[in-house]
Design a protein around this ligand. Structure first.
Ligand code: AMP
Ligand code: MN
Ligand code: MN
Ligand code: MN
Length: 289
């Protein structure tokens, strides 16, 4: 008999990637909103996992190991969340290290793009805001621009400079879809398509992406995700039914001030879908009672 959860949140970030809070503070925030099953899913990182597990249990939450892998699929960046894997799996650790390795050089190039537009010191400024420099990402640049008064808020920094295709977005070659799914599943976890509404696929290419993901062994999709509208949630609920994928729910929390949802403040999953956490029952790290 699988445990029932009232308020799982299986997607969030800490200072180990592009979030602004330490894992313990994200856990406290999640618990304050009534989260009972939590996962910290830092980008291409597993170093945050022991901190997140400890903090989850201190706050009375059950825990699933988590990661969000950066992937390049047919020229488009997509994110694959992994849940419930073994955090000591060597191929997963190595794969994530390689995925992360290009971030420093790319960040320097982003800095050069800003310099060309007359904004100096962006690389150094972003680096200073990245507590873990190997994880430096576009939100660190966005926060630097806000700090400098160049932009009003992080969202504006993205729409003006940093969003996909904007002048200071430097495209990167991340992991392949096949590798990301294999690393996660071989480590005993489940691969899940993160926030599907955020990719700019045409309908036919989106279908091909879901088919490829499923054929590679991907088993879940985020139906209820931070930033999804009610309409998008309905659309990806029907994609989950069509492709036989389990459904996940996660806020994609990064920072209290930056839009999106705080952990544990999302609507429930449609009741007819299989929740990913039922399929991951034996992977859940439970609080001792
Ligand atoms: P990177 O891994 O450096 O390419 O940065 C990607 C991160 O930037 C994502 O994980 C989000 O946290 C953030 N991001 C990407 N696009 C946007 C956007 N349009 N608005 C706000 N944040 C975004
Ligand atoms: Mn992020
Ligand atoms: Mn993402
Ligand atoms: Mn995320």
């Amino acid at each position: 008999m699988s445990t029932r959860y009232a308020n799982p949140d299986l997607h969030s970030h800490s200072v180990f990637s592009d979030g602004t809070l330490p894992p313990a503070d994200v856990a406290a925030l999640a618990a304050s909103h009534g989260v009972d099953l939590w996962s910290l899913t830092d980008h291409d990182d597993l170093d945050s996992q022991p901190h997140a597990l400890r903090a989850a249990h201190e706050h009375g939450m059950d825990y699933l190991s988590g990661v969000e892998v950066s992937v390049t699929y047919e020229g488009i960046t997509v994110h694959i969340v992994g849940l419930g894997f073994d955090v000591s799996n060597v191929s997963l650790i190595r794969g994530l290290q390689e995925t992360r390795a290009s971030r420093q050089e790319r960040a320097r190039q982003i800095g050069e793009q800003f310099a060309r537009l007359g904004i100096a010191g962006a690389y150094e400024g972003a680096l200073q805001l990245a507590e873990h420099p190997e994880a430096i990402a576009r939100p660190h640049f966005a926060r630097f621009l806000v700090e400098q008064g160049v932009c009003r808020n992080v969202q504006q920094a993205f729409t003006t400079y940093l969003a996909d295709g904007k002048p200071c977005d430097v495209p990167n070659q991340w992991a392949t879809l096949a590798d990301s799914v294999r690393w996660i599943t071989d480590a005993g976890g489940m691969a899940i398509i993160a926030h599907p509404a955020r990719y700019r696929f045409s309908e036919s290419r989106e279908t091909a992406f879901f088919e490829a993901f499923h054929a590679l062994g991907g088993r879940g999709v985020e139906v209820i995700a931070g930033g999804h509208s009610a309409r998008e949630a309905r659309r990806y609920a029907s994609m989950a039914r069509r492709f036989g994928l389990a459904a996940s729910r996660g806020s994609d929390f990064h920072n209290p001030g930056e839009g999106r949802n705080e952990p544990g403040t999302l609507p429930p999953l449609p009741p007819d879908l299989d929740p990913v956490w039922s399929l991951l029952d034996d992977r859940i790290q439970r609080v001792a009672h």
